[in-house]
Ligand binder design. Structure first.
Ligand code: HEC
Length: 413
């Protein structure tokens, strides 16, 4: 639910995914006034009060990823935050060692506090991302570190991107109910408004084998298809009320799979008939799902088996589409770890534990059923979506620390 909380002269502030807008009152002290006035340009102060807390150095580095502040102001604020929100240890991850080897590369993206997310690598080796709060699309050349940002309509607030076979970058205009296409050659942006005013928040897209773009609309409880040649958009509701369709993937038969954030279910849509079949996932203790957090995302292996993360319960799960049977594994950091993004590379499952600080990348080998995990070096969070590269690596990001990253996977290890 996106709720309009307050207007500032320079920014429209939206409460992200909270049932009520949480403007937590902060402890008194020098620096409080500034924090209450300026740090809320992008998010509410509850993000500060509910954070894991950080050391002096970490607070300084973290706020430097969101705002360009000068001394003595930055010193005062850092002092205030470090004194009132020191590091807590209850969100430290449980890391699992193992034999697999990875190398993390991370880049700070240019516009501060832009909420970079959902990166991907195009066949030419460029890394692209959506800057949701900055309402932009960015491109990184990982060879040179050179970055370019394309500004979209400030209201577009792209939630995600996907590339098509021609090299265009499509984005979901989550803030203004649009889909859009950036032609990187010309810089031209084509906007496709939703044909229905109830279709407010295009969320995650996937390009199917025939070139159509399917996308979820989480809070509108809809699923959409855009046919690029005609610019035609068709929408459908979901059979389950408040399903909150979230992650989306296509299997090798061209079936579309959708994860429900609002219900313990995964849906399969036949793209020809638009028939929707729902599969139940385990839901032993409905109370444990803090206000409707079920499955964020899913991934599909080479046998068309569905893998998912139950974010609300902290489980990795597997769904057999033939039998509807599921099997689940508790994540290494446990029920509160909020696994979020998931991807499969060579039938190895990768996901992250987004509630831990630092955020954690986890590897799971379905054959041995062994986990291995690594703290993400830039050290805060969150990976919201991650995707494989054509050469078997993984593109990641951190939405708080304003980075995009590349995880080089040593396939010999
Ligand atoms: C230009 C936008 C912007 C401004 C201004 C801003 N932030 Fe943020 N902040 C972000 C984004 C984006 C995130 C990541 C939110 C997400 O992942 O949903 C974030 C996340 C956070 C978090 C959560 C860190 C974690 O554990 O993941 C804290 C704490 C925080 N901000 C503190 C501050 C403070 C303190 C200030 C003022 C000095 C500030 N922010 C100003 C954009 C901003």
């Amino acid at each position: 639910m996106y709720q309009l909380c307050r207007h500032l002269p320079t920014a429209v502030v939206l409460c992200i995914s909270l049932p009520v807008c949480a403007q937590t009152s902060l402890p008194d002290g020098p620096g409080k006034e500034f924090v209450e006035a300026a740090c809320v340009a992008c998010h509410q102060t509850n993000l500060i009060a509910n954070s894991a807390g950080y050391t002096h150095e970490r607070w300084r580095s973290l706020i430097g990823k969101m705002m360009d502040l000068e001394e003595p102001l930055v010193g005062d604020i850092t002092q205030y935050l470090a004194a009132n929100f020191p590091e807590k240890y209850d969100r430290r991850p449980t890391l699992v060692s193992g034999d697999a080897r990875v190398t993390f590369l991370e880049w700070d993206v240019p516009t501060l506090g832009q909420r970079p997310r959902d990166p991907l690598m195009t066949p030419d080796g460029m890394i692209w991302w959506a800057g949701m709060y900055g309402s932009l699309i960015g491109r990184l050349d990982p060879g040179t570190g050179e970055m370019t940002e394309w500004k979209l309509d400030p209201e577009a607030r792209p939630h995600s991107i996907i590339d098509d076979a021609e090299g265009n970058i499509w984005y979901t205009g989550n803030g203004n109910g649009t889909m859009g296409m950036l032609d990187p050659e010309t810089g031209e942006i084509t906007v496709y408004p939703m044909p229905d005013p109830d279709a407010r928040d295009p969320h995650t897209p996937v390009v199917t084998n025939n070139g159509d773009i399917w996308f979820t609309l989480q809070n509108s409880d809809m699923l959409g298809r855009l046919v690029p040649d005609m610019g035609d958009i068709r929408l459908t509701g979901m059979p389950t009320e408040r399903a909150r369709p979230y992650g989306i993937k296509e299997d090798s038969d061209g079936m579309i799979w959708v994860a429900y954030r609002g219900a313990p279910k995964i849906a399969r849509i036949d793209p020809d008939s638009w028939e929707i079949v729902e599969f139940a996932t385990p839901n032993p203790d409905p109370q444990s799902h803090h206000g409707n957090y079920y499955i964020r995302r899913l991934a599909i292996d080479s046998n068309d088996t569905i893998w998912y993360v139950d974010s609300g319960r902290g489980y990795l799960g597997r769904l057999d589409p033939e039998t509807g049977e599921t099997r689940e594994w508790l994540t290494p950091s446990g029920p509160g770890s909020h696994p979020y993004a998931i991807e499969i590379i060579d039938d190895i499952v990768w996901f992250n534990e987004s509630a831990q600080r630092p955020d954690v990348l986890v590897r799971f080998d379905p054959e041995t059923e062994q986990f291995q995990s690594w703290a993400i070096p830039s050290g805060v969070g969150i990976i919201r979506h991650m995707r494989a590269t054509h050469d078997g690596n993984l593109v990641i990001h951190q939405s708080s620390t304003n980075t995009v990253g590349l995880v080089l996977i040593d396939h010999e290890s």
